[in-house]
Design a protein around this ligand. Structure first.
Ligand code: NAI
Length: 484
């Protein structure tokens, strides 16, 4: 349509290599590709203006082009300063038929290694749309991972209502100060900006545990502004991506960052939820002796039953060769604990935010120095000469040091995402203000779409068996309480 594709990516000349990677990823993403087939010519997302904030990887590129093939308009930013694959970002902007000189794809604002200021500028840019017929310059849908885009809109509305953006920051948080500055700037230019944007949004679909937590918080305190679908708690998301995806990508990140032999080493995994289970299994698979820490007795017992030693971090921090946080909580490894780690031990986080490891406290440790080994790998040396290797500055290491989860598992997650976008956009009356999960039949459908590629032969219930179990032959097969 001759529209200029506005964008801010590293280098459009990477589009060709990015396109090749997308083409191979499509082969590994049967769920997304079959949605493209199922909805060919039907355009269920026609009229949707989707702002996406989710790691701009090769797999996400296939998600974006699936949304577009279903009729949506899309603008995209990454949800982490280190997680963009620059070739994938270039391929999405250039599009399947464009050239670097004449891109015809999708506006993307993301590159690997953004500053915090650049990150929040990008997030703001993808929430700014050319005016539609009704004059709206915002999205009507958000697709979020960790909730940053949703948070910017909500905080904007909150401060508009209060008449001012606060000058001080909570907890001295450097990143929150940048959020406040971004909101100050946008509200100076347009004092009603965020109320107008929020009014146009039909809903958000949220990818991850941490983002979902933020949505339930808002629901509880009555500040949620639009309906949400919790994609994370589809079984075919959290029990696959968080676990099997992590099982693949955690050692990929550690290996690319350090190339240290994992076998025989002592590895501590903090948190034995879905991500912790995948992390622990992965490290054990390499021959590490894995120790788990937990605060929840159920998860602690699970870890013990799975054969792991369960300890408290203080008791084992001094003997660990590798320490990984996978909790989604804050202050899990303190600066004081880092100072007690073994010489050249490796410290990394695979939870969503960078507050699991107290990086700010580490930087304030008297006499400590930081040496860049290579981007996203830093050696922190203490005055007495011992040093610790920190991955991705405490941000999720599988995306900062490697390329995140592989395509096949992300196809499961993103098929849920696309279905959630279709549900919220086309059946708004079925999803009132609140946080919803997808119906189980859709969860089962996502799994079904991935069986053939693995040669899985599914047994079919007979009618009398189905009656005996009290389910339908076509499913759903389990009650909502079933835990898999
Ligand atoms: P989860 O809730 O299943 O597991 C977290 C576990 O950490 C819980 O069992 C909890 O009891 C435990 N925990 C909390 N505080 C702790 C502490 N101080 N010490 C030890 N254990 C503690 O959550 P899930 O799904 O495993 O996600 C964890 C984090 O990983 C979240 O931030 C999520 O958003 C993120 N995530 C990252 C991915 C990646 O690719 N890097 C993929 C999926 C999720």
């Amino acid at each position: 349509d001759g529209r200029v594709v506005d964008h801010a990516v590293a280098d459009l000349s990477l589009a060709e290599t990015g396109r090749h990677q997308l083409r191979l990823a499509e082969h590994e993403m049967p769920g997304l590709m079959s949605l493209r087939e199922e909805y060919a010519g039907k355009a269920p997302l026609a009229g949707a203006r989707i702002t996406g904030s989710l790691h701009m990887t090769v797999q996400t590129a296939v998600l974006i082009e699936t949304l577009v093939s279903l009729g949506a308009d899309v603008r995209w930013a990454s949800c982490n300063i280190f997680s963009t694959d620059d070739a994938a970002a270039a391929a999405v902007v250039v599009g399947p038929t464009g050239t670097p000189d004449a891109p015809t794809g999708i506006p993307v604002y993301a590159w690997k290694g953004e500053t915090l200021e650049e990150y929040w500028w990008c997030t703001d840019q993808v929430l700014r749309w050319p005016a539609d017929a009704s004059g709206s310059t915002g999205p009507n849908m958000i697709l979020d991972d960790g909730g940053d885009a949703t948070m910017l809109v909500h905080k904007g509305v909150e401060f508009e209502g209060a008449g001012a953006v606060p000058a001080t920051t909570e907890d001295d948080n450097e990143e929150y100060a940048v959020v406040l500055e971004t909101l100050r700037r946008t509200l100076a230019a347009d004092p009603q900006r965020w109320t107008a944007v929020a009014k146009g949004i039909k809903g958000v679909t949220e990818e991850t545990t941490t983002g979902v937590l933020r949505l339930y918080d808002r629901m509880r305190d009555g500040t949620l502004l639009f309906p949400a679908i919790n994609v994370n708690d589809s079984v075919t998301k959290s029990k696959f991506d968080n676990k099997y995806g992590t099982r693949h990508s955690i050692i990929d990140g550690i290996n690319r960052a350090t190339d240290v032999l994992i076998g025989g080493k002592v590895a501590v995994v903090a948190g034995y939820g879905d991500v912790g289970k995948g992390s622990a299994e992965s490290l054990r698979g390499q021959g590490a002796r894995v120790i788990v820490t937990e605060i929840d007795p159920i998860n602690a017992l699970q870890a013990a039953m799975d054969g792991y030693q369960v300890a408290v971090l203080d008791d084992v921090i001094g003997t660990a060769d590798i320490v990984i946080t996978a909790t989604g909580n804050k202050d899990v490894v303190t600066a004081e604990q880092i100072a007690r780690m073994k010489d050249k031990a490796i410290l990394g986080n695979i939870g969503h935010f960078d507050n699991e490891i107290d990086m700010a406290g580490l930087a304030r440790t008297p006499g400590v120095t930081r040496t860049e080994i290579k981007p996203q790998v830093h050696e922190w040396t203490f005055p007495e000469g011992r040093s610790v290797i920190v991955l991705s500055e405490g941000r999720l290491l599988n995306l900062g040091n490697a390329t995140g989860h592989p395509s096949f598992v992300m196809s499961n997650s993103f098929t849920n995402q696309v279905m959630a976008q279709i549900e919220l956009f086309t059946k708004a009356d079925e999803y009132p203000l609140g946080v919803h999960v997808l119906p189980k039949v859709l969860d089962e459908k996502v799994a079904r779409l991935h069986l053939a590629a693995l040669g899985v032969q599914l047994t079919e219930l007979t009618k009398s068996q189905a009656e005996y179990l009290g389910v339908d032959v076509a499913g759903p097969y389990k009650t909502d309480a079933y835990r898999y």
